[in-house]
Write a protein that binds this ligand. Sequence first.
Ligand code: LLP
Length: 419
Amino acid sequence: PRPFAYRNRTLHCDGADISALAEDHGTPLYVYSAEQISARFQLFEEAFKGQPHTICYAVKANSSLAILRLLALQGAGFDIVSGGELERVRKAHKAALTKVVFSGVGKQVWEIDAALKANILLFNVESEAELYLLAARAEALRIRARFALRVNPDVFADTHPYISTGLSEHKFGIDINQARAIYRKAGKSKWLDAAGVSVHIGSQIRKVDPFAAATARVTALISDLKKDGHNIRYIDAGGGLGIDYGTTAFNPAQQVQKYAAALSKGLAAESSHLIIEPGRFIVAQAGALLTRVLFVKKNGSKTFVITDAGMNDLIRPSLYHAHHEILPIKQPRTAAPSITADIVGPVCESGDFFARDRVLAAVKPGDLVLILDAGAYGMSLTSNYNSRPRPAEVLIDEATVKLIRRRETMRDLLAPEVL
Ligand code: LLP
């Protein structure tokens, strides 16, 4: 069941009345359901229980410490892409550091050093130059580095071009045809442990066939690498399983099962420990952005609903033309009048919109609306553009409301600056 639903004609998140949240914490406000996050994580655990696996939640999707801790306590590992994300994992649940995989095309010395010292599980290395830097740092620190080459399988996944990564024209990974030679060179360094192979083809991928294709290519490579004498123990299949941002019926459990079936098809008889890096699928639908209508205005033939949240609080519609459902907090009567409007923020950009030409129940200034499916790549992509403080975040956990991040203040906003 979706966590956000009407009860007594008012939207609730699990047990909590959302209009009360606005009173207590102000708007814009991110609201998350702990129950939904756990349930989604467990879908993956369930689907992969027949084989050795680690589910490394992609921290970038939502890096809130409280959410990381919630997942760590259920046994999650983490996929990180920066020294900052490493520090978040350390702070959320130190013991989870040994279940961290480190991806990203631009790792720096200080980040590599911090991750080596933290004894993370695996470096997902994205270029030959990065591999030699890793070897040098491992030698300097006298810590052997477990690595996987992130290969680029040249597999097409149908998603927005900004979040597709598995084609040779993308900056990600190492050409799969060159991988074997690079592993051979790496085998000469005693500071490098060629422990696995990884792949990630993109994000918000709705059809599972590309996952099977990419995994099959990696499986073939692993068999060659084993013939070459490498002790490969891990296969990291990346993240990317998409959700439904619309209103059509969507069965998450079935989707995860299909995904698991596609991966096993690609894996065939390969028995390495499987790592996956889901982000969006776990947190997107557990979160929503609550915002208040400031004004309703007309320009020519168009109606604009102006909210107190803007593109700095949720950039997905502006950046990818992403669709997010928007619901009024008070459930409209069936005969209630509707309007066709652009829902826009206060930021000084025409690209600052949440929806265009959207039909919704007539709203007036002061009304609250909820932007759904904002739990992934919402808060983690916020900025202070237009000198707007970032929103607060609450986590609904068994009907108790936990403030997990307070609203930024003017003092926070100006703190780093020197005059
Ligand atoms: N692993 C790697 C190496 C990644 O680059 C990503 C996402 C993931 C895992 C997690 O993918 P997911 O399961 O969440 O699809 N800001 C965009 C999405 C960017 C995805 C970046 N990489 C959006 O809002 O749609």
